[in-house]
Design a protein around this ligand. Structure first.
Ligand code: SAM
Length: 443
């Protein structure tokens, strides 16, 4: 199974259950929120609508249960040194946090980041909800973390970097106290006490013109604005605006997240070469940013439209090759085909040949490539024991020992019958769901 450079199309629970343990370094999820129903159906694909209906069968408990089984898998596949970010909003944030505390362990909770996405929100008779929350967990206490910085706000620069050198450089004055009060003791500008630097280093700093002695005789160090990394990022993120209608990165889907947001998160919690995973990847923001930051990536989305859009976006960003697995499994579209079109599609994917009408009437729709074993194609949700029995007769009539049945699904009775036929008559019938067919035979 390919585990990088791939977008899996389908329900992430089904795909993740096939993934091995502890192989990804970083996970970010931006799942459908427990909020306005219509807003949550983005791509309007049949698969997404079904996933949406699945989540909405019950209230919040149902939604949390739906999320829990997925987060359980994410926790399983995350490396012990990995980090996990869950993006949510006020509707379910508190429920989700209890669930993630339970799965990751409360001691592995790191932050609840407040991302201010609006400057204004009209909420009648209460304070405007202007933020999302991003819950940050690690799997253990051994993990990657790179502190992130943001430019100082103008107000801060004005109040702190008040001084200007002869060459126009803005600076602030900082004390020369040693950390925790312990440092080398010597006399400097007539003051004998512990200092932050050794005497040699202090003299060097002075030669560079970076020491200022106040009228009261206290030496201080100049910290230049153009040399600072900026302000260390804390848990309130009010410097990343949502995607505006004219933004270059905008693809037109309401839940698309800004690349700057993902860039900060991915840079903080991963290294070049790490494997970044997003199982609700939508327009592919996480994957595109991961690619740009030289991380490996892996994504899942249930909506074929989203997968195709991501493939295009990743290719545009220079990622090669970008593979989608499961895309041909567009159930709703396949269901809309006429029975003959559906048969042709299924037999074509197996590189088989369709029967002429006469043999088709005898329960065989086509023959496999090379061995020419019978194929029966049923455009039905569920095929049971009686159909398998009839097909067994058709295989025998064709004097063959093997046959294939393709359908959207099979009952347990059908599988039992296949086992019985094998045991009793040594005749092999392979049952292929549409999904298995696509996985086995390709595009
Ligand atoms: C909020 S959007 C993600 C947006 C994304 N962060 C971006 O920047 O474009 C949620 C995505 O989850 C997908 N989704 C919903 N249910 C799913 C499921 N069971 N498995 C995989 N993806 C699912 C939807 O199709 C949608 O694209």
């Amino acid at each position: 199974m390919k585990l990088e450079g791939v977008i899996y199309c389908g329900d992430n629970l089904e795909w993740m259950r096939q993934f091995p343990d502890e192989f990804v370094d970083f996970i970010y999820i931006d799942p459908p929120f427990f909020s306005n129903k219509y807003y949550e159906v983005i791509f309007n694909d049949g698969a997404e609508v079904r996933s949406f209906e699945d989540r909405w069968k019950g209230g919040i408990e149902h939604y949390i249960g739906w999320m829990r089984e997925r987060v359980f898998e994410m926790h399983r596949i995350l490396k012990r040194t990995g980090s996990f970010y869950l993006h949510c909003d006020w509707h379910a944030e508190h429920h989700l946090r209890l669930m993630t505390d339970d799965l990751f362990g409360a001691s592995n909770f790191k932050n609840a980041i407040v991302w201010q996405r609006f400057t204004f929100h009209a909420d009648a008779k209460r304070f405007g909800n202007v933020n999302d929350t991003i819950l940050f967990y690690t799997k253990s206490n051994k993990y990657t973390f790179h502190r992130q910085y943001r430019p100082y706000k103008e107000r801060y620069i004005k109040s702190h970097f008040k001084y200007v050198d002869a060459d126009g450089r803005k600076y602030r004055l900082d004390n020369l106290n040693p950390p925790a009060g312990r440092g080398p003791v010597y006399e400097f500008h007539g003051v004998t006490r512990p200092w932050r630097f050794t005497k040699e280093k202090m003299l060097e700093i002075e030669r560079q013109g970076r020491i200022y002695v106040s009228p009261g005789g206290i030496p201080q160090i100049k910290r230049y604005l153009d040399e600072t990394k900026g302000q260390a990022v804390h848990t309130i993120w009010d410097d990343i605006p949502p995607i505006n209608p004219r933004a270059k990165e905008r693809l037109g889907y309401p839940t698309q997240k800004p690349e700057a947001l993902l860039e900060r998160i991915i840079k903080a919690s991963s290294k070049e070469g790490d494997l970044v995973f997003d199982p609700f990847c939508g327009c592919g923001t996480t994957l595109v940013v991961a690619h740009r930051l030289r991380r490996r990536w892996l994504g899942i989305d249930v909506a074929p439209t989203a997968c195709k859009l991501m493939k295009w976006r990743l290719a545009k960003a220079g990622a090669r090759p970008v593979e989608i697995i499961g895309i041909a499994y567009e159930r709703e579209e396949l269901k809309k085909l006429t029975p003959i079109e559906f048969q042709n599609w299924a037999i074509g994917i197996m590189s088989g040949t369709a029967s002429d009408r006469k043999t088709a009437d005898m329960g065989i729709d086509g023959y496999s490539f090379m061995e020419r074993d019978p194929i029966q194609v049923k455009q039905q949700e569920s095929i049971g024991r009686p159909e398998i029995d009839k097909f067994e007769t058709a295989i025998r009539r064709a004097r063959k020992q093997k046959g294939y049945v393709v359908a959207f699904g099979f009952t347990k009775g059908a599988y039992d019958e296949v086992a019985r036929v094998k045991r009793k008559n040594d005749l092999e019938i392979e049952l292929l769901t549409v999904r298995e067919l696509v996985e086995k035979y390709g595009k």
